[in-house]
Design a binder for this molecule. Structure first.
Ligand SMILES: Cc1cc2nc3c(=O)[nH]c(=O)nc-3n(C[C@H](O)[C@H](O)[C@H](O)COP(=O)(O)O)c2cc1C
Length: 178
């Protein structure tokens, strides 16, 4: 068992949990839900990995993950975000990380975006309402960018674009010197 890494995740509809569990199985380390973790669970001098979903551009649970990290004895923090956007929209992903991590964490915290999908049946009422509003807004919007056109088509229903291959860069980093 790899005891130098702990993966902590926050997941509502299961995509992030699945990625976190796959990564933990690959690395042979523990993975635990954010609501069940305390700073004492984080390995001394080790790596804390946090994974969460994107929620209207924000990485859900990041604030709590930063506070867990600061209260722990971990030496390194690595984060990953799952979302509905497909791979390949590098500019949008870069902007998202800039907004979430801010200038001081952007360079010091390795970060990865993992395309996942949407699962309407697992969402809460407020989330479903937000998605419906976003879909309506997208439909009415004029002069849509390629990203907006794709998003509008995709968010009409549930879909799963997750794939184990998206974990490769994260696993590579963690295997090399965690
Ligand atoms: C209200 C709402 C807002 C969302 N906002 C974004 C977003 O800004 N960017 C994105 O890529 N995905 C967005 N998503 C999609 C989720 O991030 C995606 O489904 C995620 O993988 C869910 O993770 P989970 O299954 O672990 O809860 C949003 C989903 C909901 C319900």
């Amino acid at each position: 068992m790899e005891n130098n890494i702990l993966i902590v995740y926050k997941s509502v509809t299961g995509f992030t949990r699945k990625y976190a569990e796959s990564a933990a199985a690959e690395l042979g380390c523990h993975c635990v839900e954010q609501k069940n973790v305390s700073p004492l669970d984080v390995p001394n001098g080790g790596t804390l990995v946090f994974g969460g979903r994107l929620h209207a551009g924000k990485l859900d649970g990041l604030k709590q993950a930063l506070s867990l990290y600061r209260n722990s004895q971990a030496q390194r923090l690595v984060v990953f975000a799952t979302g509905a956007s497909p791979a390949g929209f590098e500019d949008i992903t870069r902007e998202m990380w800039k907004n979430n991590l801010g200038p001081e964490l952007l360079d010091s915290v390795p970060h990865f975006y993992l395309p996942a999908g949407l699962r309407y049946d697992g969402m809460g009422f407020a989330d479903r309402l937000m998605m419906r509003a976003l879909h309506g807004f997208m439909r009415r919007k004029k002069d849509k960018t390629e990203y907006e056109l794709q998003l509008q088509r995709m968010i009409a229903g549930s879909y799963d674009i997750s794939s184990p291959e998206y974990l490769t860069p994260l696993l590579r980093l963690l295997r090399n010197g965690a």
